[in-house]
Design a protein around this ligand. Structure first.
Ligand code: BG6
Ligand code: MG
Length: 220
């Protein structure tokens, strides 16, 4: 049986994955580093500092900056990101998410959030959906980033639910790996190629539906 759903935030609940992309792209271009959506796929679900390291390495600039300078660069990206998320309203929930959260609540299924973002609480607040979540685990509560399973394991533990009864929902490759490593059922939102390790794939959040997920879960 399914006892809990644990959601990623950025790119699953709302389209902040796009805002992270835009904010990193602006910073990368200021540094003279080419940045496109294909490269951005590798940053999804990855922490702020690790994302910066990957961008600098991609632009052959890994050795150019001191630790302090890198922290300043990451802070600059975050300032831009924070400006972008100020515009978020409850209308910015991705299609089908409000209905799914409501359906899960009615069925008595626990709901958790597992987000690598230090801005997770601010985004949830702007979306006005905090009341749906039985637990929120964000970057501040964990040591290891996705693809490490820690964030999903912590959420399950806080919900008091065994991992085998949890469904994780993700849009990032690193996130799917984290869910699988936590021994949970992985639902991927995205293309078949990007979500190839997921147990169940939907192209859009509009196609996330409890009954269909349960069927796939039981068949596994
Ligand atoms: C993840 C996003 O949820 O959070 C990444 O997928 C982002 O793109 C990471 O870099 C960290 O977010 P923040 O808000 O702490 O910089
Ligand atoms: Mg995501």
């Amino acid at each position: 049986k399914i006892s809990a759903f644990i959601f990623d935030l950025d790119g699953v609940i709302t389209d902040t994955a796009e805002y992270h992309y835009l904010a990193w792209k602006q910073l990368a271009e200021e540094l003279g580093i080419f940045f496109d959506r294909e490269f951005n796929e590798q940053l999804k679900g990855v922490s702020r500092m690790e994302s910066l390291e990957r961008i600098l390495a991609f632009g052959n600039q890994a050795e150019r900056y001191t630790k302090e300078e890198k922290e300043a660069l990451a802070a600059k990206k975050n300032e831009h990101y924070k400006q972008l998320i100020e515009k978020i309203t409850p209308n910015d929930l991705l299609p089908g998410i409000a209905e799914l959260l409501e359906d899960l609540k009615k069925r008595g299924i626990k709901i958790g959030l597992a987000s690598a973002s230090k801005n997770a609480f601010a985004v949830i607040e702007r979306l006005q959906i905090g009341g749906y979540f039985d637990t929120i685990v964000d970057a501040a509560n964990i040591q290891h980033s996705k693809p490490h399973p820690e964030i999903f394991l912590t959420a399950a533990q806080q919900l008091g639910v065994p991992c085998v009864e949890c469904v994780g929902v993700e849009d990032a490759e690193a996130g799917i790996q984290a869910i699988k490593a936590a021994n949970m059922f992985a639902v991927g939102v995205g293309t078949k190629e990007a979500m190839k390790d997921a147990d169940y794939i939907v192209e859009s959040t509009a196609d996330l539906n409890y009954e269909s997920i349960l069927k796939a879960f039981q068949q596994k």
